[in-house]
Structure formats: C-alpha cells, structure tokens
Design a protein around this ligand. Structure first.
Ligand SMILES: Nc1ncnc2c1ncn2[C@@H]1O[C@H](COP(=O)(O)OP(=O)(O)O)[C@@H](O)[C@H]1O
Ligand SMILES: [Mg+2]
Length: 334
C-alpha cells in the first residue's frame, strides 16, 4: 500500500491512494424491494500509484478491468466511493466546483472513440477551440488563432483548410488528431490518454503514438496512458501498472516488467505480445476461462480461478501489492 508520506515528495505530480469506485447495480423496482443487500459493480477496488512529472505510466488490462473508471476518477469526472487523488500534493476532491473549473485546463483527457466524443454538427476548428471558449472566455479571434496553431502542431494541415470541416469529412487518423488537439488546446500539464489508438486503423496507430511522444516533449506533459494491449505500452511508457478486476496486480519500470514479469497474469498478457522470431515458443500459459464479473469478484486472489500456478491459499487470502525489487510491485504469493 502506498504511504501517505509520498504526497510530501513533490517529485510526484499525481498520487492515487486506495481509490475505489463501486457502482450500484441498476435493478428493477421489485428486485430492489426483495433484495437483502444492494449489489455493486466493483469497477475500481483499491488502486494506489503515483506518477512523476514528465513520466508516462501505462495502465494496462483487459476490457472491463476498470481502466477508464480510474482515469475518470483521477480527473474528477466521477466522484469516488473512497480513497483520494493528490495533484501537486493537494486532494482534487477538496476543490470547490469553481476551483475545479480552473483545474480542468491543467488536467485533460483524450477519449477512446473520436466519433463519440466529437459533435457531428460542430466544425473541427470550433470543436478544438471549444474548451478555451468555455474555460477562459477568450475572444473568438484569439481562440481561432490558438486552434489553428495547435492544428498545425498535431499535423492537421493545412489547418485553415481543415478548420471548417466536419468530423465525417476526415479520416480516422485525422479525427484522432482532432481529439488530441482539443485536449492540448488549454495547455494542460497532465493528460489521461484513454486508449487513444484503439479505434484507429493499424496503419495510423504508430503515427499517433509517435505524435503523442513528440507532443509530450514539446508541451512538457505527463501521461496516464491507458491500453488493453501491453505491446502498445512499449512505445511510450516509462512504467506500467497491470490491472485485473479493479486492482493493480503488478507495477514497475517497463523494461523490468517485460523482462522479469512476476504475476502470472502479466505473463499471460506478455504471451499475447507478438515476437518477430519464428522459433519463439510461448512460455506462459493462456489463462483459463473468461474474466469474472466485477459484481462478485472471486475471493482471495481475483485471478486464482484462471491462474495456472494457483495454490490453495490463493482462493482464501488476498495478496497485497508489495515492492519485491526497487520500484517493482507485485500482488502474488509466488
Ligand atoms: N457508470 C457505470 N455504471 C455501472 N457500471 C459501470 C459504469 N461505468 C463502468 N462500469 C462497469 O465497471 C467496470 C469497469 O469499467 P471500465 O472502467 O470502463 O473498464 P475498462 O476501461 O478497463 O474497459 C465494468 O464492469 C463496467 O461495466
Ligand atoms: Mg475503457
């Protein structure tokens, strides 16, 4: 468990401490009346990590494990069930609504699906400048100028030509660039990138990743980079945190986790990473069965029903996330 003292270490830009989000189950009226206790989806169930200024932390795990919910909590787009998030040493949940408005410029999100996050009826130039228009009420001409500049920087060129285009008139790669430009227009410090390449064609994924690395340097950014695909994290992350059913099961420097994975779940994710060597044979077993429901997560270690190395204690006791080497954290009895 992360110590609260970490917060005093100013090197950490963001510290997440035992964060939980349990969504109440939506049931019918009769079901609710008859139910003995309320059910919850344990989307995020005690997550702790920190991110240094300028660092890229990858949050990696299968669909439904709670990555997006974690990202939304960090930006206070959702209120937590419990736990805290400290930004520059101050709890973001202690900010008033008005103070939080000011923080919105510094904390931004790049959404997964550009179609869902862009209005089909707003020209992209206007969409990119929209956060500026609503957050700091800048004059229209100035907003336009800033939007054109950021469009050039993310490769939406010629910017003046594309400014008046609508999302459906662009390619998938261009739409993703619009979403990136809109997140950067307020000059943020910290960006949650929620699967920014998942919806893009394979041919443009590498370009978008490269752009994100370049923009990080240019704008002095810190990223939480969310992905379901461990292979992608290789190109951009300094450290990775592996998430399974609402919990972090392993976390450490990228190279260390790739070379020396300790949690069996990390091993199974690594087995899915393609290796350009025809003689290479898989060394990790594919997990059994499907990911269980976060409504009633298995007792003990949540991965035990699918784990090839599970022992009897794994179904009874829940392993804590402990530091096994410097900076390498694992929640496993192995
Ligand atoms: N607003 C919500 N209400 C109820 N359940 C939710 C809500 N948002 C997410 N969930 C559930 O929480 C779990 C984690 O979801 P999510 O954070 O989107 O995972 P990921 O991004 O890793 O795919 C899923 O089981 C999902 O169905
Ligand atoms: Mg998601």
């Amino acid at each position: 468990m992360l110590d609260v003292q970490v917060i005093e270490n100013m090197e950490e830009l963001l510290t997440v401490n035992n964060l939980k989000k349990h969504f109440p189950l939506q049931k019918g009226f009769i079901d609710n009346l008859l139910a003995k206790e309320k059910g919850f989806v344990r989307a995020v169930d005690g997550v702790s990590f920190s991110i240094k200024k300028g660092e890229v932390l990858g949050l990696v795990g299968e669909s439904g494990c709670g990555k997006t919910t974690t990202g939304r909590l960090i930006l206070r787009l959702l209120e937590p069930t419990s736990g805290d998030v400290f930004y520059n040493g101050k709890s973001i949940f202690s900010y008033s609504k008005k103070e939080m408005e000011g923080m919105r410029e510094k904390l931004q999100i790049i959404f997964q699906d550009p179609y869902a996050s862009l209005s089909p009826r707003m020209a992209i130039g206007k969409a990119i400048g929209h956060p500026l228009a609503i957050h700091n009420h800048k004059p229209k001409a100035e907003v336009e100028q800033i939007s054109l500049e950021i469009m050039e920087k993310v490769g939406l060129t010629p910017a003046s030509f594309l400014f008046k285009k609508y999302p459906h008139q662009l390619s998938g790669g261009q739409r993703q660039r619009v979403v990136i430009a809109r997140a950067l227009v307020t000059n943020p410090e910290f960006v949650v990138a929620d699967e920014p390449i998942a919806m893009a064609d394979v041919s443009v994924r590498a370009m978008i990743l490269e752009l994100m690395v370049q923009l990080k340097e240019e704008f002095d950014l810190t990223y939480l980079f969310i992905t379901h695909d461990l292979a992608t994290s290789k190109y951009i992350c300094d450290r990775v945190a592996i998430m399974y059913l609402g919990k972090i099961v392993e976390m450490g420097p990228l190279e260390e986790v790739f070379k020396n994975p300790i949690h069996p779940y990390t091993g199974t994710l690594l087995a899915a990473v393609p290796v350009p060597d025809p003689k290479y044979r898989r060394t990790y077993p594919i997990p059994k069965g499907e990911i269980p429901s976060p409504i009633n997560p298995p007792p003990g270690c949540r991965f035990h029903p699918r784990c090839a190395s599970a022992k009897s204690m794994c179904s009874i006791h829940e392993p804590e996330l402990v530091e096994v080497h410097s900076g390498h954290w694992v929640a496993c009895f192995e």
